[in-house]
Design a protein around this ligand. Structure first.
Ligand code: GUN
Ligand code: ZN
Length: 440
C-alpha cells in the first residue's frame, strides 16, 4: 500500500508536560503558523510552516485552517454508552436515579440492533464534541460491548470499554451471575483487548450491585490479564456509602471493599471519589489508582463538590482524571465539563487554570491511561487524532475574543467557559476528518 502524506496548516497547541500554574508557557508548544504532517494515520512532523513546508513530498494536499486552534483530540475518562437516552432525567439523586431511569434504559441493550444504533449515535456525538478517546461503560449485556467496539473500529477511534458486571440490587433483566460475568468478560477481553485501537476495562458497576464473589471474579480477571483496565464508581453519594457499609460490614471503608479483592492499581479508574477519607486517599495514592472528577454529573445528581486540592495533596498525591459521566453528566463536551470543574473548584476556594484544564482533557488523561506517546499530544509518533477549535464560534465568543487577541491561555479560558460542540469546527481521527461542523 502507498504511504499517503497529508498536511494540516494552522495554529497548533499541545502539552509537553503538566503546567505548574497560569503562565507556565514552557509546558506547551504553541505554533502560530504551524504545519502537521501525517502518514498512515500518525504524526510524522510538526513545526513552523516555513520549516516544514519544504520537506513535503511534491503534490501533498495541505488543508489550511486560518483562524482555528488545533489541539489533540479530547479524552473522556468516564462515560456510559447506554445512557444517551438517560441524560437530562429529572429530579432524583443517585440511587433513585439509577432505579427510576438508568436501569430502565439499560435493559433495552439486550437487543443487538438497539446496541448498534445507540453505539453509532454515541460515537458520532463524541466526535461532534471533539472527543476522540473515551473510557466507557457498556450495559450488562456483552452484545453492547461488541456493538460499541465494532462501531469504534469502523471509525478508527481508540476506545476503552467493558461489559458492566452486576449481580444484585438491580432488575432481573439487568443482572448476570458470578460465573457468566467472569466468562463473558473474559471472552470480550480475548476478542477485543488490543485488537487495533480497542482496549478492555473490567467493569464491576459499583459495590452495591456486586456480591463479594463477583468483585473477587473481577480481581481474578485483572490478575489473569494484567494490562486490561478497571473502572468502577466510588464514594459518589452519601446514601450509597451507607448502603455499601451495610452490605460489607467487615470492610474498613468503601475503598477497602475494592482494595481487598485487588481492584486498586495504576490502570484502575474510580469515578467520583467525592467523599473519601484520608485513609482511603492514602490507599489510592499508594496504589497509583485514578480518581475521575465528573463535575457536571456531581452537580446534576447532587452528589457533592469534588475536592481536587486535597485529593492531589502533595504528601500523597492521588492521580485525577476528568470525565463527563453522561448520562448522569449533562454534556458530552469536555469544554463544558472543564467549565463546570472550574465552578466547582471556585466553590471550594480552589482554582483551575485553563492550561491545567486543557492538560487534563488531553495529555493528562492520556498519561493516566498509560497512553502518552500514542494519544493526547501532537508529538511525532502519536496518532493524528485532533480537534479543530473555533474560539469565535458564537456571537458572545467573537465579542469576548475582541479584547483578547493573541493571548493563548486567555483564549483557552474563553473556549472552556463559553465553548461547546459549536466551537468544534472539525474532528480528525488517524488523519481522517470524521466530523465537519460546516457540512453537518
Ligand atoms: N453508580 C453506579 N452506577 C452508576 C451510573 O450509571 N452513573 C453514576 N453516576 N453513578 C453510578
Ligand atoms: Zn458513571
Amino acid at each position: 500500500a502507498q504511504m499517503q502524506t497529508v498536511g494540516i496548516r494552522g495554529r497548533f497547541f499541545s502539552f509537553i508536560r503538566a503546567p505548574k500554574g497560569p503562565g507556565d508557557s514552557g509546558s506547551y508548544l504553541y505554533l502560530r503558523d504551524g504545519m502537521l504532517v501525517i502518514q498512515d494515520g500518525r504524526i510524522v512532523a510538526i513545526g513552523p510552516t516555513n520549516e516544514v513546508e519544504g520537506t513535503l513530498p511534491p503534490g501533498t494536499i495541505v488543508t489550511h485552517y486560518e483562524r482555528e486552534l488545533i489541539l489533540p483530540g479530547f479524552i473522556d475518562t468516564h462515560i456510559h454508552f447506554p445512557q444517551t437516552q438517560v441524560i437530562a432525567s429529572y429530579g432524583t439523586q443517585l440511587l433513585d436515579w439509577l432505579t427510576r431511569y438508568t436501569f430502565v434504559e439499560e435493559q433495552k441493550y439486550y437487543d443487538p440492533a438497539h446496541c448498534t444504533r445507540q453505539a453509532a449515535f454515541f460515537l458520532d456525538e463524541l466526535l461532534r464534541n471533539g472527543t476522540t478517546t473515551a473510557v466507557a461503560y457498556g450495559s450488562v449485556h456483552p452484545q453492547s460491548v461488541d456493538a460499541f467496539f465494532t462501531e469504534s473500529e469502523e471509525r478508527g477511534t481508540c476506545m476503552i470499554a467493558g461489559k458492566v458486571m452486576m449481580n444484585r440490587n438491580a432488575p432481573l433483566g439487568l443482572t448476570d451471575t458470578v460465573e457468566t460475568s467472569y466468562a463473558d468478560s473474559k471472552t470480550l477481553i480475548e476478542r477485543w483487548h488490543k485488537r487495533g485501537r480497542q482496549r478492555y476495562a473490567v467493569t464491576p458497576r459499583f459495590a452495591i450491585t456486586s456480591t463479594q464473589a463477583q468483585l473477587e471474579a473481577a480481581g481474578a480477571l485483572l490478575r489473569e490479564f494484567p494490562d486490561v483496565y478497571m473502572q468502577t464508581h466510588l464514594s459518589e453519594n452519601l446514601d450509597e456509602i451507607a448502603f455499601v457499609q451495610s452490605l460489607f460490614p467487615d470492610s474498613k471503608n468503601y475503598t477497602d471493599v475494592y482494595d481487598r479483592v485487588g481492584l486498586l492499581g495504576p490502570r484502575s479508574l474510580f469515578g467520583h471519589c467525592i467523599h473519601l477519607n484520608e485513609e482511603e486517599l492514602q490507599r489510592m495514592a499508594d496504589t497509583s489508582s485514578v480518581a475521575v472528577f465528573c463535575p457536571t454529573s456531581n452537580l446534576f445528581i447532587g452528589s457533592g463538590l469534588f475536592d481536587m486540592a486535597s485529593t492531589e495533596k502533595s504528601k500523597r498525591p492521588v492521580r485525577v482524571g476528568l470525565g463527563t459521566d453522561v448520562g448522569g453528566g449533562t454534556s458530552y463536551s469536555m469544554l463544558q465539563t472543564a467549565a463546570e470543574a472550574y465552578k466547582v473548584l471556585q466553590l471550594k476556594g480552589q482554582n483551575l487554570p485553563p492550561a491545567t484544564a486543557f492538560y487534563m482533557m488531553t495529555r493528562g488523561n492520556a498519561d493516566l491511561l498509560s497512553m502518552g506517546g500514542e494519544i493526547g499530544s501532537l508529538e511525532c509518533g502519536c496518532f493524528a487524532d485532533f480537534v479543530v477549535l473555533d474560539s469565535k464560534a458564537t456571537p458572545a465568543m467573537l465579542h469576548r475574543m475582541e479584547t483578547i487577541g493573541d493571548m493563548i491561555e486567555e483564549e483557552l479560558f474563553v473556549l472552556m467557559t463559553l465553548g461547546d460542540d459549536r466551537a468544534v469546527r472539525a474532528t480528525y481521527v488517524q488523519g481522517r476528518k470524521l466530523h465537519d461542523r460546516n457540512l453537518a
